[in-house]
Design a protein around this ligand. Structure first.
Ligand SMILES: [Zn+2]
Length: 369
Protein backbone atom coordinates (compact mmCIF):
# COMPACT_ATOMS: atom_id res chain seq x y z
CA UNK A 1 0.00 0.00 0.00
CA UNK A 2 1.25 3.45 -0.84
CA UNK A 3 0.12 5.14 2.36
CA UNK A 4 0.22 4.08 6.01
CA UNK A 5 -2.64 4.65 8.46
CA UNK A 6 -0.53 7.16 10.38
CA UNK A 7 0.12 9.07 7.18
CA UNK A 8 -3.61 8.93 6.44
CA UNK A 9 -4.29 10.63 9.77
CA UNK A 10 -2.17 13.59 8.70
CA UNK A 11 -4.13 14.17 5.49
CA UNK A 12 -7.61 13.40 6.86
CA UNK A 13 -9.86 16.41 6.31
CA UNK A 14 -10.93 17.41 9.80
CA UNK A 15 -13.63 19.87 8.78
CA UNK A 16 -15.99 16.98 8.04
CA UNK A 17 -16.85 14.30 10.56
CA UNK A 18 -19.72 11.92 11.20
CA UNK A 19 -22.76 11.32 9.08
CA UNK A 20 -24.28 14.78 8.66
CA UNK A 21 -22.26 16.58 6.00
CA UNK A 22 -23.72 19.63 4.25
CA UNK A 23 -22.92 21.79 1.25
CA UNK A 24 -21.49 24.70 3.26
CA UNK A 25 -18.67 22.43 4.38
CA UNK A 26 -18.00 21.38 0.79
CA UNK A 27 -18.04 24.98 -0.47
CA UNK A 28 -15.59 25.95 2.25
CA UNK A 29 -13.28 23.06 1.38
CA UNK A 30 -13.43 23.87 -2.33
CA UNK A 31 -12.71 27.55 -1.74
CA UNK A 32 -9.53 26.50 0.06
CA UNK A 33 -8.53 24.58 -3.08
CA UNK A 34 -9.44 27.22 -5.63
CA UNK A 35 -5.90 28.53 -6.00
CA UNK A 36 -4.42 25.28 -7.14
CA UNK A 37 -7.29 23.55 -8.93
CA UNK A 38 -10.16 24.40 -11.20
CA UNK A 39 -13.29 24.79 -9.05
CA UNK A 40 -16.46 25.34 -11.00
CA UNK A 41 -20.13 25.82 -10.29
CA UNK A 42 -21.72 23.24 -12.55
CA UNK A 43 -25.33 23.92 -11.71
CA UNK A 44 -27.74 24.30 -8.87
CA UNK A 45 -30.15 22.14 -6.95
CA UNK A 46 -33.96 22.39 -6.84
CA UNK A 47 -33.69 24.81 -3.92
CA UNK A 48 -30.93 26.81 -5.59
CA UNK A 49 -27.91 25.48 -3.75
CA UNK A 50 -24.77 25.55 -5.88
CA UNK A 51 -23.38 22.24 -7.09
CA UNK A 52 -19.63 22.46 -7.57
CA UNK A 53 -16.87 20.40 -9.05
CA UNK A 54 -13.14 20.32 -8.59
CA UNK A 55 -10.80 19.32 -11.38
CA UNK A 56 -7.24 18.29 -10.68
CA UNK A 57 -4.43 16.65 -12.60
CA UNK A 58 -3.33 17.10 -16.17
CA UNK A 59 -3.17 13.59 -17.56
CA UNK A 60 -4.93 12.05 -20.54
CA UNK A 61 -6.95 9.49 -18.53
CA UNK A 62 -10.17 11.12 -17.40
CA UNK A 63 -11.86 9.94 -14.21
CA UNK A 64 -15.20 11.34 -13.10
CA UNK A 65 -16.47 10.74 -9.57
CA UNK A 66 -19.49 12.04 -7.74
CA UNK A 67 -20.64 11.59 -4.17
CA UNK A 68 -23.75 12.25 -2.12
CA UNK A 69 -26.16 11.81 -4.99
CA UNK A 70 -28.14 10.47 -2.06
CA UNK A 71 -28.15 13.29 0.47
CA UNK A 72 -27.76 11.09 3.54
CA UNK A 73 -24.78 9.18 2.15
CA UNK A 74 -21.78 11.22 3.22
CA UNK A 75 -19.05 8.67 3.94
CA UNK A 76 -17.60 8.70 0.46
CA UNK A 77 -17.78 12.50 0.43
CA UNK A 78 -15.48 12.60 3.43
CA UNK A 79 -13.13 10.10 1.74
CA UNK A 80 -13.07 12.18 -1.44
CA UNK A 81 -11.95 15.27 0.50
CA UNK A 82 -9.23 13.15 2.11
CA UNK A 83 -8.20 12.07 -1.37
CA UNK A 84 -7.87 15.67 -2.54
CA UNK A 85 -5.70 16.44 0.50
CA UNK A 86 -3.52 13.44 -0.25
CA UNK A 87 -3.13 14.38 -3.88
CA UNK A 88 -2.20 17.93 -2.84
CA UNK A 89 0.81 16.65 -0.92
CA UNK A 90 3.13 16.15 -3.85
CA UNK A 91 4.29 12.65 -2.96
CA UNK A 92 5.50 10.50 -5.83
CA UNK A 93 2.26 8.52 -5.80
CA UNK A 94 0.20 11.70 -5.92
CA UNK A 95 2.36 13.17 -8.67
CA UNK A 96 2.06 10.02 -10.73
CA UNK A 97 -1.73 9.98 -10.47
CA UNK A 98 -1.99 13.66 -11.39
CA UNK A 99 0.44 13.25 -14.26
CA UNK A 100 -1.52 10.40 -15.83
CA UNK A 101 -5.06 11.36 -14.90
CA UNK A 102 -7.41 14.29 -14.93
CA UNK A 103 -9.87 13.93 -12.08
CA UNK A 104 -13.23 15.62 -12.07
CA UNK A 105 -14.79 15.41 -8.65
CA UNK A 106 -18.34 16.35 -7.65
CA UNK A 107 -18.26 15.99 -3.86
CA UNK A 108 -21.97 16.65 -3.33
CA UNK A 109 -24.50 16.20 -6.10
CA UNK A 110 -27.60 16.48 -3.90
CA UNK A 111 -27.04 19.37 -1.48
CA UNK A 112 -30.78 19.77 -0.74
CA UNK A 113 -31.05 16.17 0.39
CA UNK A 114 -27.86 16.55 2.39
CA UNK A 115 -29.20 19.56 4.29
CA UNK A 116 -32.24 17.65 5.55
CA UNK A 117 -30.50 14.26 5.59
CA UNK A 118 -32.66 12.50 3.02
CA UNK A 119 -31.82 10.07 0.26
CA UNK A 120 -34.01 11.95 -2.23
CA UNK A 121 -33.72 15.50 -3.54
CA UNK A 122 -36.06 18.38 -2.63
CA UNK A 123 -38.70 17.06 -5.07
CA UNK A 124 -38.59 13.71 -3.29
CA UNK A 125 -37.00 12.09 -6.32
CA UNK A 126 -34.34 9.40 -6.03
CA UNK A 127 -31.68 10.74 -8.39
CA UNK A 128 -30.38 7.23 -8.86
CA UNK A 129 -33.63 6.29 -10.60
CA UNK A 130 -33.65 9.33 -12.86
CA UNK A 131 -30.77 8.57 -15.22
CA UNK A 132 -32.90 8.21 -18.36
CA UNK A 133 -35.69 10.78 -17.90
CA UNK A 134 -33.53 13.30 -16.06
CA UNK A 135 -36.51 15.15 -14.64
CA UNK A 136 -34.39 16.78 -11.91
CA UNK A 137 -31.83 19.58 -12.19
CA UNK A 138 -29.24 17.51 -10.33
CA UNK A 139 -29.61 14.70 -12.87
CA UNK A 140 -29.17 17.18 -15.71
CA UNK A 141 -26.05 18.57 -14.04
CA UNK A 142 -24.40 15.16 -13.74
CA UNK A 143 -25.23 14.15 -17.29
CA UNK A 144 -24.03 17.51 -18.58
CA UNK A 145 -20.69 17.03 -16.86
CA UNK A 146 -20.48 13.46 -18.18
CA UNK A 147 -21.14 14.59 -21.76
CA UNK A 148 -18.72 17.51 -21.61
CA UNK A 149 -15.88 15.73 -19.79
CA UNK A 150 -16.22 12.40 -21.61
CA UNK A 151 -14.70 10.34 -18.81
CA UNK A 152 -12.76 7.13 -19.34
CA UNK A 153 -13.86 5.89 -15.92
CA UNK A 154 -16.69 6.74 -13.55
CA UNK A 155 -16.86 6.25 -9.79
CA UNK A 156 -20.36 6.36 -8.31
CA UNK A 157 -20.04 6.90 -4.57
CA UNK A 158 -22.65 5.87 -1.99
CA UNK A 159 -23.44 4.54 1.49
CA UNK A 160 -25.39 1.43 2.35
CA UNK A 161 -27.44 0.59 5.42
CA UNK A 162 -26.20 -1.37 8.43
CA UNK A 163 -28.33 -4.40 7.44
CA UNK A 164 -25.83 -5.71 4.91
CA UNK A 165 -23.58 -8.66 5.70
CA UNK A 166 -21.17 -10.52 3.45
CA UNK A 167 -22.57 -13.74 1.95
CA UNK A 168 -24.04 -15.79 4.79
CA UNK A 169 -21.34 -14.80 7.26
CA UNK A 170 -21.63 -12.65 10.37
CA UNK A 171 -19.24 -10.10 8.89
CA UNK A 172 -20.71 -6.70 8.06
CA UNK A 173 -20.28 -5.48 4.49
CA UNK A 174 -18.04 -2.58 5.50
CA UNK A 175 -17.40 -1.86 1.85
CA UNK A 176 -19.36 -3.15 -1.14
CA UNK A 177 -18.67 -2.78 -4.81
CA UNK A 178 -20.58 -3.31 -7.98
CA UNK A 179 -19.57 -3.40 -11.61
CA UNK A 180 -23.05 -2.39 -12.80
CA UNK A 181 -24.77 -4.35 -15.52
CA UNK A 182 -25.41 -2.73 -18.89
CA UNK A 183 -28.15 -5.10 -20.04
CA UNK A 184 -30.87 -7.25 -18.46
CA UNK A 185 -28.84 -10.40 -19.17
CA UNK A 186 -26.06 -8.93 -17.05
CA UNK A 187 -23.58 -9.90 -19.72
CA UNK A 188 -19.93 -8.99 -19.38
CA UNK A 189 -18.99 -6.42 -21.98
CA UNK A 190 -15.41 -5.22 -22.32
CA UNK A 191 -16.43 -2.14 -20.35
CA UNK A 192 -18.04 -4.08 -17.54
CA UNK A 193 -15.09 -6.46 -17.47
CA UNK A 194 -12.74 -3.54 -16.81
CA UNK A 195 -14.98 -2.38 -13.96
CA UNK A 196 -14.77 -5.89 -12.51
CA UNK A 197 -10.97 -5.91 -12.71
CA UNK A 198 -10.78 -2.60 -10.88
CA UNK A 199 -13.07 -3.94 -8.16
CA UNK A 200 -10.77 -6.97 -7.86
CA UNK A 201 -7.80 -4.65 -7.34
CA UNK A 202 -9.54 -2.77 -4.54
CA UNK A 203 -10.84 -5.96 -2.98
CA UNK A 204 -7.34 -7.46 -2.84
CA UNK A 205 -6.14 -4.45 -0.91
CA UNK A 206 -9.10 -4.23 1.45
CA UNK A 207 -9.02 -7.93 2.30
CA UNK A 208 -5.68 -7.29 4.01
CA UNK A 209 -7.30 -4.66 6.24
CA UNK A 210 -10.85 -5.87 6.73
CA UNK A 211 -10.77 -9.58 5.82
CA UNK A 212 -14.20 -10.93 4.91
CA UNK A 213 -15.82 -7.50 5.13
CA UNK A 214 -16.11 -6.71 1.43
CA UNK A 215 -19.29 -7.56 -0.43
CA UNK A 216 -20.57 -7.52 -3.95
CA UNK A 217 -23.69 -5.48 -4.52
CA UNK A 218 -26.74 -6.86 -6.33
CA UNK A 219 -26.27 -6.49 -10.09
CA UNK A 220 -29.91 -6.50 -11.21
CA UNK A 221 -30.06 -4.25 -14.25
CA UNK A 222 -31.97 -0.96 -14.13
CA UNK A 223 -31.33 1.55 -16.90
CA UNK A 224 -32.64 4.31 -14.64
CA UNK A 225 -29.73 3.80 -12.27
CA UNK A 226 -26.88 6.10 -13.07
CA UNK A 227 -24.13 3.48 -12.97
CA UNK A 228 -25.99 1.16 -15.32
CA UNK A 229 -26.70 4.07 -17.67
CA UNK A 230 -23.03 5.09 -17.88
CA UNK A 231 -21.98 1.48 -18.30
CA UNK A 232 -24.47 1.32 -21.20
CA UNK A 233 -22.57 4.25 -22.72
CA UNK A 234 -19.42 2.12 -22.58
CA UNK A 235 -17.66 3.92 -19.76
CA UNK A 236 -16.35 1.55 -17.08
CA UNK A 237 -18.23 2.52 -13.95
CA UNK A 238 -17.90 1.31 -10.39
CA UNK A 239 -20.41 1.62 -7.60
CA UNK A 240 -18.88 2.10 -4.15
CA UNK A 241 -21.04 1.42 -1.10
CA UNK A 242 -19.75 2.45 2.32
CA UNK A 243 -21.18 0.21 4.99
CA UNK A 244 -20.93 -0.59 8.65
CA UNK A 245 -17.75 -1.24 10.58
CA UNK A 246 -18.34 -2.62 14.10
CA UNK A 247 -19.05 0.20 16.52
CA UNK A 248 -18.49 2.88 13.89
CA UNK A 249 -21.86 4.51 13.39
CA UNK A 250 -20.15 7.78 12.45
CA UNK A 251 -18.46 5.86 9.62
CA UNK A 252 -15.03 7.27 10.21
CA UNK A 253 -13.34 3.87 9.89
CA UNK A 254 -15.27 3.10 6.73
CA UNK A 255 -14.28 6.51 5.40
CA UNK A 256 -10.66 5.49 5.76
CA UNK A 257 -11.17 2.21 3.89
CA UNK A 258 -12.99 4.02 1.11
CA UNK A 259 -10.06 6.42 0.87
CA UNK A 260 -7.64 3.49 0.48
CA UNK A 261 -9.91 1.98 -2.17
CA UNK A 262 -10.09 5.25 -4.10
CA UNK A 263 -6.35 5.67 -3.99
CA UNK A 264 -5.85 2.09 -5.13
CA UNK A 265 -8.18 2.37 -8.09
CA UNK A 266 -6.50 5.59 -9.21
CA UNK A 267 -3.06 4.02 -8.89
CA UNK A 268 -4.08 1.02 -10.99
CA UNK A 269 -5.69 3.24 -13.61
CA UNK A 270 -2.76 5.67 -13.75
CA UNK A 271 -0.18 2.88 -13.96
CA UNK A 272 -2.21 1.15 -16.67
CA UNK A 273 -1.98 -1.98 -14.55
CA UNK A 274 -5.56 -3.18 -14.88
CA UNK A 275 -4.68 -6.49 -16.49
CA UNK A 276 -2.79 -7.57 -13.40
CA UNK A 277 -6.20 -8.21 -11.86
CA UNK A 278 -8.23 -11.17 -13.14
CA UNK A 279 -11.81 -10.38 -13.99
CA UNK A 280 -12.96 -13.80 -12.79
CA UNK A 281 -11.89 -13.00 -9.21
CA UNK A 282 -14.77 -10.52 -9.10
CA UNK A 283 -17.13 -13.44 -8.60
CA UNK A 284 -15.10 -14.68 -5.63
CA UNK A 285 -16.36 -11.66 -3.70
CA UNK A 286 -19.48 -12.86 -1.88
CA UNK A 287 -22.74 -11.09 -2.59
CA UNK A 288 -24.24 -8.91 0.11
CA UNK A 289 -26.86 -10.40 2.36
CA UNK A 290 -29.35 -8.47 4.47
CA UNK A 291 -28.96 -10.42 7.67
CA UNK A 292 -28.01 -7.72 10.18
CA UNK A 293 -30.02 -5.78 12.67
CA UNK A 294 -28.46 -3.03 14.71
CA UNK A 295 -29.70 -4.84 17.80
CA UNK A 296 -30.81 -8.47 17.91
CA UNK A 297 -32.58 -9.78 20.99
CA UNK A 298 -32.75 -13.57 21.20
CA UNK A 299 -35.12 -15.72 23.24
CA UNK A 300 -37.52 -12.86 23.84
CA UNK A 301 -40.04 -15.23 25.48
CA UNK A 302 -38.08 -14.71 28.70
CA UNK A 303 -39.25 -11.08 28.68
CA UNK A 304 -42.92 -12.06 28.91
CA UNK A 305 -45.76 -13.83 27.19
CA UNK A 306 -46.04 -11.21 24.46
CA UNK A 307 -43.19 -13.09 22.77
CA UNK A 308 -43.39 -16.67 21.52
CA UNK A 309 -40.99 -19.48 22.28
CA UNK A 310 -37.62 -18.90 20.61
CA UNK A 311 -38.77 -15.60 19.17
CA UNK A 312 -36.18 -12.95 18.37
CA UNK A 313 -36.54 -9.19 18.00
CA UNK A 314 -34.67 -7.15 15.43
CA UNK A 315 -34.19 -3.45 16.08
CA UNK A 316 -32.90 -0.98 13.52
CA UNK A 317 -31.86 2.57 14.16
CA UNK A 318 -33.77 5.26 12.31
CA UNK A 319 -31.30 8.02 11.48
CA UNK A 320 -33.12 11.15 12.56
CA UNK A 321 -31.90 14.71 12.13
CA UNK A 322 -32.67 16.89 15.15
CA UNK A 323 -31.38 20.38 14.61
CA UNK A 324 -27.85 19.84 13.40
CA UNK A 325 -27.42 16.55 15.18
CA UNK A 326 -28.09 13.13 13.80
CA UNK A 327 -29.68 10.78 16.28
CA UNK A 328 -29.94 7.03 15.97
CA UNK A 329 -33.44 6.24 17.19
CA UNK A 330 -34.11 2.55 17.88
CA UNK A 331 -37.16 1.16 16.11
CA UNK A 332 -38.66 -2.30 16.18
CA UNK A 333 -38.07 -3.70 12.69
CA UNK A 334 -39.06 -7.35 12.89
CA UNK A 335 -39.81 -10.16 15.28
CA UNK A 336 -40.04 -13.89 14.74
CA UNK A 337 -37.60 -16.75 14.41
CA UNK A 338 -34.97 -14.61 12.64
CA UNK A 339 -32.76 -17.67 12.20
CA UNK A 340 -29.45 -16.93 10.54
CA UNK A 341 -29.69 -13.23 11.37
CA UNK A 342 -27.06 -11.28 13.24
CA UNK A 343 -26.93 -8.21 15.45
CA UNK A 344 -24.28 -5.53 15.54
CA UNK A 345 -25.18 -5.81 19.22
CA UNK A 346 -26.82 -9.01 20.45
CA UNK A 347 -28.61 -9.81 23.70
CA UNK A 348 -29.61 -13.37 24.56
CA UNK A 349 -32.35 -13.17 27.18
CA UNK A 350 -31.40 -16.64 28.46
CA UNK A 351 -28.20 -15.04 29.73
CA UNK A 352 -28.93 -13.22 32.96
CA UNK A 353 -26.18 -10.63 32.61
CA UNK A 354 -27.24 -9.79 29.08
CA UNK A 355 -30.87 -9.62 30.16
CA UNK A 356 -29.94 -7.16 32.91
CA UNK A 357 -27.94 -5.06 30.48
CA UNK A 358 -30.91 -5.07 28.13
CA UNK A 359 -33.19 -3.72 30.88
CA UNK A 360 -30.91 -0.69 31.22
CA UNK A 361 -31.29 0.28 27.59
CA UNK A 362 -33.56 3.11 26.44
CA UNK A 363 -35.15 0.86 23.82
CA UNK A 364 -36.23 -1.64 26.46
CA UNK A 365 -39.64 0.02 26.60
CA UNK A 366 -40.16 -0.98 22.96
CA UNK A 367 -39.93 -4.65 23.76
CA UNK A 368 -40.96 -5.22 27.36
CA UNK A 369 -43.95 -7.49 27.56
ZN1 LIG B 1 -26.95 5.63 -2.51
Amino acid sequence: MSITPSHYNTIKENSVYGRYVVNEQILDFLSRNEDRHQVKTIGSSVQGRPIKSLQMGAGPIKVLMWSQMHGNESTTTKAVLDLVNFLNEGTSVAESILKHCTLLIIPMLNPDGASVYTRVNANQVDLNRDAQERTQPESVVLRGVFDAFQPDYCLNLHDQRTIFNVGLTDKPATVSFLAPAHDPERSISKTRGVSMQLVVAMNQLLQKMIPGQVGRYDDAFNANCIGDSFQMLNVPTILFESGHYPGDYERERTREYIFYALLKVLEVISENNIDAYPQQAYFDIPENGKLFYDILIKNAQVLGEKWGDGEAIGILYVETLKGNTLEFVPSLAKSGKLDGCFGHKTYDCLNEAEREELRQQSFYQLIKA
